[in-house]
Design a protein around this ligand. Structure first.
Ligand code: 48F
Length: 262
């Protein structure tokens, strides 16, 4: 069979356009393809909701690839074991209650499960703003990361979502832009604004991250490090169970919300 470059090009453009058009109006839009974004993508898609993940970088996985200081092993505590086992990630006991998993196996398995469950992951796309209607966050404003990096004066495009998740990690980019552009607004946090991330304390940080994973404004949820930093609690450093548990919790909250409202 002779290969035709134009057919190859046509196939890429047609399939990508199809995928993009199918995700202009979703149940859940997740910003960030780290552990706290991919975990809810997998769980919510498995429950039949339409989920799109937008990741700024070429690769999804966020902080998982590098483990701790580029030692690409991830540590999980006992509480997270059932999630990893359900995903099919192999855990090795390290110390009582502590397990390790290969970072590459964890990222690829989680991403694969999310996509096979029906979530669509868009890489190389950055969320630069949200849409707000009637005091509710209801969509995302998106652009190519390459446009952002080049500083080109190009207008973005938008998608509509019933629920938006800020899973952008330490920088809480969605919450920050929402606050900046929609004053006066009050978040469902102790200060009504962003608490800010505190120094490392794994024991407290892991528990509080999960506890403060929630809807912080109608339609806008935070998970993972974005929940830590929005509420204002301690960073946990290179232990990853809290990220998966936070992702699971945000999925449960959104599932309840979507089931009740739609
Ligand atoms: O940083 P990241 O992995 O956040 P997470 O899911 O997990 C945190 C851990 O990896 C680790 C830790 C706990 O053990 O401290 O750091 O909370 O993933 C966040 C992803 O969001 C992308 C970013 O490239 C990364 O892959 N991201 C950030 N801002 C945007 C974005 C944006 N505006 N649009 C799209 N993607």
């Amino acid at each position: 069979m002779a290969l035709d470059e134009i057919l190859i090009t046509r196939a890429i453009i047609e399939r990508y356009t199809e995928k993009l058009l199918a995700n202009l109006d979703v149940d859940v839009a997740i910003v960030g393809g780290g552990p706290s974004g991919l975990t809810p993508a997998w769980i919510l898609a498995s429950k039949g909701w339409k989920v799109a993940v937008f990741e700024r970088k070429l690769s999804i996985g966020g902080g998982m690839w590098g483990g701790g200081m580029m030692f690409n092993e991830l540590v999980f505590q006992e509480e997270a074991r059932p999630i990893l086992e359900e995903l099919g990630v192999r855990l090795r006991p390290a110390y009582p209650g502590y397990y390790t998993a290969d970072a590459i196996e964890t990222v690829t398995t989680l991403a694969s499960q999310a996509v096979k469950a029906g979530a669509t992951i868009f890489n190389c796309i950055s969320a630069e703003d949200v849409m707000v209607r009637d005091d509710r966050v209801c969509g995302l404003v998106l652009s190519w990361t390459a446009v952002e990096i080049a500083g080109l004066h190009v207008d973005p495009l938008t998608i509509r979502a019933k629920c938006v998740v800020d899973a952008t990690g330490h920088d809480i980019e969605v919450v920050k832009i929402f606050l900046k552009k929609n004053q006066p607004v009050t978040l469902f946090t102790p200060s009504g604004g962003i608490g800010g991330e505190r120094s490392m304390w794994a024991e407290v940080g892991e528990k509080e991250t999960v506890a403060h994973t929630k809807e912080i404004y109608p339609g806008l949820f935070v998970s993972g490090m974005a929940a830590t930093a929005t509420h204002g609690t301690y960073r946990m450093g290179p232990i990853f169970g809290g990220m998966f548990l936070s992702g699971k919790k945000v999925a449960e909250l959104i599932h309840e919300r979507l089931t009740a409202e739609w």
